[in-house]
Design a protein around this ligand. Structure first.
Ligand SMILES: [Zn+2]
Length: 275
C-alpha cells in the first residue's frame, strides 16, 4: 500500500515537474510487469535504467514532433555565433521546460542578436519557458506558463571587478538571487512574509550566492528592445519589478507589475506574446 502511494506520488511529481518524467515512469512500470521476477535491488537497478532510457528517448525523439503538433518547439539550449542565446542552466532543457510558441524562438533570436550587436560577446539567457504539452497545464511554480506564450529571461550580471560576466547568472539556475531596491528606490508594495503567495524571499539562500550586481547596459538594451521591436514582434506584457525598470530608465505600457500573489520579478524578466 505504502509502496503504491509512494509510486503514485512520484508519478505526480515527475509529471508536474517535466510532464515527460511522468510518461517515462508509466512506461517503465508497464515494461517492468513483463519482466521475470528479480530481487528488490536488481529490480531497482532495472527500473532506474528503464526510466533513464525512456526519458532520454522520449525527450530527444518523441516529444519534439508531438509538441510541434500542438504548436510548441524546444528552444535551442546552447548559443551559436549568429544566435547568441542559451539556457541559463542545462536543467531547463533536461527537464523539458524549454518549449515555446515558435514566435518566441524567433523573437529571442532577434533580441539576442540585437543586444550582442550593441555589446559584442553578450549571451542572452533564458530560464523557464513552458512544458511541451496541454494548454493550461502550468509549469510550476509559474502558474501562467501554460500555453507556450510565456518565457522568463535572466538579467545580465557583472562580477566583483565590475565587468560583464558572459552567460552567467548570480544563482546557479538564474532564479532566487533577488535584486534589492537601492536607497531612494521605491520597493515593491508586497508585504514580506505574506502567506498564500509565491513571492518567496529565500532569505536562507541569499548569502550563498556570489556577489554579482545587475549589469545595467545589457539589461537595459534587452528591456528597450523588448518594449519596442519586441512589441512589434507580438509581445503583449512584460513583468519586471517597477523599481528596476525605473533604475534602467525604461518605461512602456507593456511593463507591468505581477501583483503580490505571483512570482516576483527582481531576479528575472517575464515576457508573454499575444495569442
Ligand atoms: Zn514568467
Amino acid at each position: 500500500m505504502f509502496k503504491r502511494l509512494a509510486g503514485l506520488l512520484l508519478l505526480v511529481v515527475l509529471t508536474l515537474l517535466t510532464q515527460v518524467g511522468g510518461i517515462a515512469l508509466a512506461l517503465c512500470w508497464l515494461v517492468g510487469r513483463l519482466l521475470p521476477p528479480s530481487s528488490p535491488l536488481q529490480r531497482l537497478g532495472i527500473n532506474a535504467g528503464l526510466f533513464a532510457g525512456f526519458y532520454v528517448v522520449l525527450s530527444l525523439f518523441v516529444v519534439p514532433p508531438l509538441a510541434a503538433l500542438g504548436g510548441r518547439v524546444p528552444l535551442p539550449c546552447t548559443s551559436e555565433p549568429d544566435r547568441p542565446f542559451a539556457a541559463a542552466h542545462p536543467a531547463f532543457c533536461w527537464l523539458n521546460r524549454h518549449y515555446v510558441d515558435p514566435r518566441l524562438n524567433a523573437l529571442l533570436t532577434n533580441l539576442s542578436r540585437d543586444v550582442a550587436q550593441q555589446f559584442p560577446g553578450t549571451v542572452t539567457l533564458f530560464l523557464d519557458a513552458n512544458l511541451p504539452f496541454i494548454n493550461g497545464f502550468p509549469l510550476l511554480p509559474h502558474l501562467s506558463h501554460g500555453d507556450g506564450r510565456k518565457l522568463d529571461l535572466a538579467y545580465s550580471y557583472r562580477g566583483p571587478e565590475g565587468g560583464y560576466l558572459p552567460a552567467q547568472t548570480r544563482s546557479p539556475i538564474g532564479y532566487w538571487a533577488f535584486q534589492q531596491p537601492a536607497a531612494g528606490e521605491i520597493p515593491s508594495p508586497c508585504r514580506a512574509g505574506a502567506w498564500l503567495t509565491t513571492r518567496w524571499d529565500m532569505q536562507f539562500l541569499q548569502g550563498l550566492f556570489p556577489q554579482r550586481t545587475l549589469e545595467p547596459e545589457r539589461t537595459r538594451a534587452a528591456l528597450r528592445w523588448l518594449t519596442t521591436e519586441g512589441q512589434n514582434a507580438g509581445i503583449e506584457r512584460i513583468f519586471i519589478e517597477p523599481y528596476l525598470a525605473a533604475r534602467l530608465g525604461v518605461s512602456s505600457p507593456l511593463l507591468g507589475f505581477q501583483g503580490c500573489r505571483a512570482a516576483r520579478h527582481d531576479d528575472h524578466i517575464h515576457i508573454q506574446i499575444k495569442r
